[in-house]
Design a protein around this ligand. Sequence first.
Ligand code: CP
Ligand code: NVA
Length: 621
Amino acid sequence: MMTTTTKEDILIEALPYIQRYEGKTFVIKYGGAAMTDLDLQESFAKDVTLLKKIGINIIIVHGGGKAITDLSGKLGLETRFHNGHRYTDSETLSSVVMTLVGTTNKDIVRLINRNGGSAVGLSGMDGGLLRARKFLFNGIDLGFVGEVESVNTKFIELLLSNGSIPVIAPVGVGADGEMYNINADLAAASIASALNAEKLFYMTDTEGILIDGELIPTLTSDKAKQYIAAGTIAGGMVPKVQTSFDAIEKGVKKVHIINGTALHSILLEIFTNVGVGTQIIKSEKPAQPIPRVREKKEDFLDFSELTRQGLYELFHLADKLRKELELRPLAGKSISLIFQKPSLRTRISFEVGIAQLGGIPIVLNNETIGLGVRESAHDVAKVLSRYNDAIIARVFDHSLLTDLASNASVPVVNALSDLLHPCQILADVYTLYEQNLLRPGMKIVFIGDGNNVANSWIEFAGIFPMHFVLAAPEGFEPDPSIMQKAIAAGISTIEILRNPVEAARNADVLYTDVWTSMGQEEEKSKRIAAFEGFTISEDLLQIASPECVVMHCLPAHRGEEITDEAITGVQSVIFEQAENRLHIQKALLCSLFGADEGLQLRRFPADATTEYEKTTTTIPA
Ligand code: CP
Ligand code: NVA
């Protein structure tokens, strides 16, 4: 069936682009036929005025080659070029300033303003806009030809914030006050780079980049380099394309080489799905190669495999991953997440984290697979290992996790069991590190039930020196074998007290968790009675160290284990803990896959602790 494109279709096609580019910066190098033909001039002025009106910041950098050559001819000056750079002696420089700054610049300003825009004409000398230095082309002195040393972006931003369209003649000023004639393509690229522009446009007299007569709509910088090396891109296009790579490397998102001899080429390039010219974009970083699994499959069920050195490596990796969101070390990997219990943070942070790293998360709730009921953990592990690259599981009985781990050929991660919640403690400790609070010997006071979260803290005290105090009523102690092992490690002091006030004295951290964990709902009223007085409140905070932070793994029961004020007070880092689940678990997954090796991380020497742990407090006997 034939379809016709209506005016409405065209407007609607433009809508997402209009939304996307509002507030963004476009730098346009204006030159060639678009500057000399009257219809093309009008079309250009209308295009830039429209772009400005819909909220795009427009900066125009113009050439003026033909006018300079004409005037130079009239003045009897010889015109010579070296690779697109005009040989500029002092007479030629005068003719550059007269035409470029004096006439051409003002003509463009008048043209735009006549079409409803608000253009302001200036040269690179005004306000030190383009600070330049002498440019030598392959060691050849071309006279007063300059290259951009720096751009006064503040000045440009001031004009933009005022609603103006700066129209810039590329004549720069040197440190010595000397004027320099700058190639307009290079000046536009420098300005676009300095402003981290969304787009840089080169208006040329050709359709774009043609390969074997065919217009190439999109070209990556790597592919373009290959074409240049093979001579497929040649002549005057080469410096333009090379300048484009440079601009992209320095932060410009895309460079568009468009046909200035066609009416409204800028609008068509921006607001239509196919565009009309060639866009040059950064080459994708190759996916990081990941060894399938390490020599020995690594699980994360508890802290038995984690060292203090490994802990800092994870922190470092988390720092890197949260900054470099383009990294995809889990590309092509899929991970199943099994949930026998409800979850907000664990599920979302793993699901989002895996997707951000390029992997595919598959969430399986227990009704779907019936772990240990419909099918044994042994069989689930064997089957999932054939589809997935890791298994993450939240279970009631910890032995289900050990069964999964011993039968899976892929890493298994503990997303909470009745016994332990190590991912939570990793996020908690990363939060302390991030806030510059993590210190060996610090006093962590856990007020509440000796549950999975408390057990993981105690296990952690076996690898990181601390004074850990659990304040719990009788009958709510942590797991004895975890206690014994942590004490045997001999680096921390671990105490169980019955009095929360006594426990909280000089605490660096006051931590709590629900009194009734998932699966214990029937004991709720018994527990509420037993834990009376074990609430983290502003009063308890008074007893702690003045710098004490309040932590809670969430979900919280306000008014039971913690007051509303303590959750929302200035000493609370509770929501930072929640956010850090995402960052540290991403690091954990990369490390389990050995993907951290592909990310070229700094390896920490075995005695790395001193670098990070500058203040050592005395560990109580
Ligand atoms: N803290 C924590 O594990 O939260 P969820 O139970 O919501 O995952
Ligand atoms: N101890 C709590 C932790 C929730 C994240 C529970 O197991 O329900």
